[in-house]
Design a protein around this ligand. Structure first.
Ligand code: URA
Length: 209
């Protein structure tokens, strides 16, 4: 079974509380989501392999560690996933970025992929699928399905807030994918919103409501 990691550093919890607040402006919401993404990236990259190199300081030559060339790929799910990308890129500037666009078919309620653009070497990369809200899990599962169809094997999922229903659905569909959250909330309401959540992440990021 995959790992579920709640990144509950005090700074993350503090910022998530501000993000939840309906009085938080679009500008502040965007900045806070960006900051939380950076803090979460620190946790997600905790196990990156290191290698030894030689470095010459002003004082002496020494052996020291650097990240062992593990290539990363960030895969935001459009559109709300975009709000967390820059925060991660700040820590991992060499990461390539792919995009997956999904909408929900109003009749079947199933996610339909309308756009996919991935790095050409995506199969060789450690991928982080990014979506702020893990509600039913439908979009995350579809995005991961899409990556696996393209022979990607190293995939993690990064979300701001999840409902238990979404976590369970992803774990059942993709037991090999570790999930990183800033908060695990109570439940979904009848409209598929996470309770207490933060409302519609896309609308709040882009000021469309
Ligand atoms: N998507 C959102 O933006 N918010 C929710 O609460 C659930 C899905």
């Amino acid at each position: 079974m995959s790992k579920l990691v709640i990144c509950d550093h005090p700074l993350i919890q503090h910022k998530v509380t501000l993000i939840r607040d309906k009085k938080t402006s679009t500008k502040d919401f965007r900045e806070l989501v960006d900051e939380v993404a950076t803090l979460m990236a620190y946790e997600i990259t905790r196990n990156l392999p290191l290698q030894t190199t030689t470095v010459e300081t002003p004082v002496a030559k020494t052996e020291a560690k650097i990240v062992a060339g593990r290539m990363l790929g960030l895969i935001p799910i459009l559109r709300a996933g975009l709000g967390m990308v820059e925060g991660v890129v700040k820590l991992i500037p060499g990461a390539k970025i792919g995009h997956v666009g999904l909408f929900r078919d109003p009749e079947t309620m199933q996610p339909v992929e309308y756009y996919t653009k991935l790095p050409t070497d995506v199969q060789e990369r450690q991928l982080i699928v990014i979506d702020p809200m893990l509600a039913t899990g439908g979009s995350a599962i579809a995005a991961i399905d899409s990556l696996k169809k393209r022979d990607c094997t190293q995939i993690k999922l990064m979300c701001l807030i999840a409902a238990p229903e979404g976590v369970q659905a992803v774990q059942e569909a993709h037991p090999d994918v570790d999930i990183y959250l800033a908060a695990l909330d109570e439940r979904l309401d009848d409209h598929g919103y996470i309770v207490p959540g933060l409302g519609d992440a896309g609308d709040r990021l882009f000021g469309t409501k």
